[in-house]
Design a protein around this ligand. Structure first.
Ligand SMILES: C[S@@+](CC[C@H](N)C(=O)[O-])C[C@H]1O[C@@H](n2cnc3c(N)ncnc32)[C@H](O)[C@@H]1O
Length: 216
């Protein structure tokens, strides 16, 4: 099916769909209205797990409704129970900066959609301090071969500062461990864009390194 070329969220979903399989663990760092959580739940299926974070009750309720309407099993859990391996969607009322308290296994897919809650309070935005902590912890936890897709919004007040720090974070990821892709709409100023990091499989050797190891 042909998709709108510049609908950047869709590209994030496509890239996660390439790595997520039924039964996998996935994480949504910003549940919001639940669109991304639902996408992850569909990919991992009823036998998989999705752990979704948000700091706003309005967002958690919207996500819970969306998932229940789709027929998925949804629970609200604390740190101790979120770490258990039961399948379903687990909604966590906490900052994504606390990710490692709630996620014990290695997620195969992680998504974050930064900025404010559409239809909510536009002054409640994701902040660089917590976003960067969450991204760093996500990179640690990510399963080999797994991907983290982050939609960045430079257009709102405070968005540009966060975008600069997020870009610097992705640029700093070592190429021995991560492959990093940035996807942008080139001709629209302030448009959201996508940063994706894939954790290389342990057996993968970067091309430059393997070329050097061949005797001349
Ligand atoms: C753009 S919305 C997310 C959209 C969502 N992924 C969807 O599919 O509808 C951003 C969300 O990030 C949440 N947020 C802001 N700071 C956060 C934090 N420190 N931890 C977790 N969520 C946070 C906001 O409450 C808001 O709901």
């Amino acid at each position: 099916m042909k998709r709108a070329l510049t609908r950047i969220i869709n590209w994030g979903h496509e890239l996660l769909a390439e790595v997520l399989e039924p039964g996998d663990l996935a994480v949504d760092l910003t549940a919001g209205n639940g669109h991304d959580t639902l996408m992850l739940q569909r990919l991992v299926g009823d036998g998989g797990r999705v752990i979704s974070f948000d700091v706003q009750e309005q967002a958690l309720q919207a996500t819970e409704r969306r998932l229940r309407d789709s027929g998925a099993a949804v629970r609200r859990l604390d740190a101790a129970t979120a770490r258990s391996a039961e399948p379903g969607v687990i909604l966590v009322a906490a900052s994504h900066a606390e990710l490692d308290r709630y996620v014990a296994a290695e997620p195969k897919g992680i998504v974050a959609n930064l900025g404010f809650l559409p239809g909510g309070d536009r002054s409640l935005i994701t902040r660089p301090e917590t976003t960067l902590t969450a991204l760093a912890k996500s990179c640690e936890l990510l399963a080999p071969g797994g991907r983290m897709a982050v939609v960045v919004y430079p257009g709102h007040s405070g968005g540009k500062e966060e975008a600069e720090q997020v870009d610097a974070f992705f640029r700093s990821l070592p190429e021995q461990t991560f492959s990093v892709l940035c996807l942008r709409v080139s001709n629209r100023c302030g448009a959201p864009y996508l940063q994706v990091a894939e954790k290389n499989c342990r057996s993968e050797v970067p091309q430059q390194q393997s070329a050097k190891s061949v005797p001349e």
